[in-house]
Ligand binder design. Structure first.
Ligand code: ADP
Ligand code: MG
Length: 485
């Protein structure tokens, strides 16, 4: 599409995210909530929706919802009730989902994202409510039949509905990245979009720039990665602008994303939409959340990625880039936190994590939990570099590889055993300097007749003859003095 046409329009996006909760048991029964079990093995009569069975609310679901509510600065409702959302589907044995309709547990929250211009932007969270998943229909295993696995039926979900505050596909990408980070930091969902434990429906509309009224939205489903959500949104924006430019009107509909073709396809129009006939769930009592209960959850809240980001940038003086790099994954952030509990050289510690440690993880395709070197040993490396015992490059090239083999050895011992301790003792450094000056009489002559920049050359030579062991700080002064003659 021509840029000129595209630039006339503004996209508006709101996302609905479903997060499968990492509870041991299901939302309303004691059946195991376990991914990958033998099909239809976690299915009691409650899950199967047999007449006469009664649901019982899983307290963990409520706790997890409160955790996310606190993390998103939401208002947490004190009185709530559950609702039945009625529809027929072969993998929904009860014929309805138990959800929350008019009384979601969380409302009016916010999530901070990086906006397209790099600044921080606040995205409103309309609501977060608790509900249950349906089972799984499997169409591609048997040629003739659809198979149904009900292990997933009744697994607890949180649905997170954003305000239509996102303005382009990059912001949607960043928003989902933040949501995934949040649920992972909170330990309430594994955030795996490929396996479907985090799912996203995207609502997209376009309007002329400057318009006060949003266009008609289209909902797109079936994206199995954050990248595919972004692709689906890009496709939809272009498709909708092209339609409007042709004088056609956008109709409210649900479309499905085809990842192979990179296009969206109509599934159903508004007219064909389900009427779910919500009504209050008669088998569950109303839910009351007390302030004490909220305080208890508050007391167990972990550090959140944004808090760490702000601490690293504002208190530690790290760049936004470094802070984001360190907080992208909770496990990396915790490792860094452990290092800085033993050193105050925040930037030095950050460089080790982002450099040598992460390269090692990438090279071997392992997670930080399988990284052999304890955080304390990295802190020790930072310390002995700061004390001038070894240089940073010697630490990287010589000490770190040995530390990987012998992770429980003091890095200083390794440096001593390899004879790598820097010479800061002036008489031995002077010995090296004398040798360098003897070897390069012409350069000494040139230095003395004004080519002061040759000091760099002499430092290089000094490092060479000392095997990298001359402490540069101590050596610099001595070298200049000797050169001045
Ligand atoms: P519905 O009643 O069709 O479910 P909602 O008002 O509940 O619609 O909104 C569902 C999602 O669609 C929310 O994430 C919301 O932010 C988003 N949304 C609402 N209106 C628009 C619009 N005009 N363009 C894009 N997204 C929208
Ligand atoms: Mg809605």
């Amino acid at each position: 599409m021509e840029k000129e046409i595209r630039d006339k329009y503004q996209a508006v996006i709101g996302l609905e995210v479903h997060a499968q909760l990492l509870t041991k048991t299901k939302a309303y029964s004691s059946d195991l909530n376990e991914y990958g079990s033998r099909p239809n093995s976690n299915v009691s009569p409650i899950t199967l929706g047999h007449p006469g069975t009664l649901p019982v609310m899983n307290k963990k679901t409520i706790e997890y919802a409160i955790r996310l509510g606190l993390a998103t600065e939401s208002t947490i409702a004190d009185h709530q009730h559950f609702a039945r959302k009625n529809y027929f589907y072969p993998d929904l044995p009860k014929g309805y989902q138990i959800t929350q309709d008019t009384t979601p547990i969380c409302t009016k929250g916010k999530i901070y994202i990086q906006s397209t211009d790099g600044t921080e932007k606040e995205i409103g969270i309309t609501r977060i409510h608790m509900e249950e998943d349906a089972g799984k229909s499997i169409h591609d295993v048997d040629v003739y039949d659809t198979l149904v696995d009900l292990n997933r039926a009744g697994v607890p979900l949180l649905e997170i509905v954003s305000e239509p505050d996102l303005r382009d596909s990059d912001e949607a990408y960043n928003y989902l990245t933040e949501v995934r980070k949040l649920v992972r930091y909170l330990d309430i969902c594994d955030g795996n979009m490929e396996e479907g434990s985090l799912r996203c429906d995207a609502n997209i509309s376009v309007m002329l720039k400057g318009s006060k009224e949003f266009g008609t939205k289209v909902e797109v489903k079936n994206m199995n990665s954050i990248r595919n959500v972004q692709r689906a949104i890009e496709f939809e924006i272009t498709r909708q602008i092209e339609m409007i430019e042709k004088g056609e009107t956008i109709s409210q509909e649900t479309r499905s994303f085809d990842a192979l073709k990179g296009i969206t396809i109509s599934m159903r129009t508004k007219e064909a939409a389900n009427d779910y006939r919500y009504f209050p769930e008669p088998d569950l009592p109303p839910l009351y959340v007390s302030q004490e209960q909220i305080n208890e959850v508050k007391a167990t809240m972990p550090s959140l990625p944004r808090d760490l980001f702000l601490k690293y940038t504002k208190e530690f003086g790290l760049s936004d880039y470094d802070a984001r790099n360190l907080t992208d994954s909770k496990e990396i952030a915790l490792y860094y936190e452990e290092i800085i509990s033993s050193t105050k050289n925040f930037k030095g510690a950050a460089n080790w994590v982002m450099g040598a440690v992460k390269s090692h993880l990438n090279q071997f395709g392992i997670e930080i939990k399988d990284f052999p070197v304890p955080a304390k040993a990295i802190a020790r490396l930072v310390q002995i570099i700061d004390e001038g015992k070894i240089s940073a490059s010697i630490a990287n090239q010589k000490v770190f590889p040995v530390l990987l083999e012998k992770p429980n050895t003091d890095p200083l011992t390794i440096a001593e055993e390899l004879n790598l301790i820097q010479e800061s003792d002036s008489s031995s450094i002077q010995g090296f300097i004398d040798e360098v000056l003897r070897q390069h009489p012409n350069e000494v002559e040139r230095y003395r007749s004004g080519e002061k920049q040759l000091v760099g050359f002499f430092m290089g030579q000094l490092m060479r003859v000392s095997g990298g062991k001359a402490d540069p700080k101590a050596a610099n002064g001595l070298l200049r003095k000797s050169l001045e003659g």
